[in-house]
Design a protein around this ligand. Sequence first.
Ligand SMILES: [Zn+2]
Length: 186
Amino acid sequence: MLEIAKELTTCPFEKLHPSQLNRDDEFFMKLAYNLAIDAWNADEVPVGTVIVHGEEVIASARNETRIANDPTAHAEIIAITKAASSIGDWRLNECRLYVTKEPCPMCSGAVIMSRIGEVHYAAPDPKMGCLGGATDLNALPFSNHKAKVSSGLLSQESLALLQAYFQVKRQNPKKKPSSKVEIEGG
Ligand SMILES: [Zn+2]
């Protein structure tokens, strides 16, 4: 029984090995993807984020909602706090955020409030995504900041990771946090 439980908490997906020589958008999204795998291995919803300034990663995080018992401990929120601390400025206009799932309402709000310059997300979230999926906080008519948003990099891989995670959770409902199909907590 223990063996099975252990197996189910281990992510069956392999980490990616991006070349350090080509530090492009795909490179940084691969780093975020690897953090999503770390999240799964910690029994968290597999979402990962890195924030980049120039060519340097200044913050990285994965979901920690369960371990921190904190509904705000999404990867993006944690990374935004770290990034602001790293550059000593809460305004992140010069930064780019890479995340494996379209940000939820809370994280999309944090993107706007922190004035992040660019957001690149992998898997779209038509249910809870708020940068164009379910709705678009970036389109608030009187907001004085709009992040440049792009999507699609590693979207299939990141979605497959999320879907597989929730499938495992459904098959093993004793292991919380979620027995629902929907993508949440990212
Ligand atoms: Zn979120």
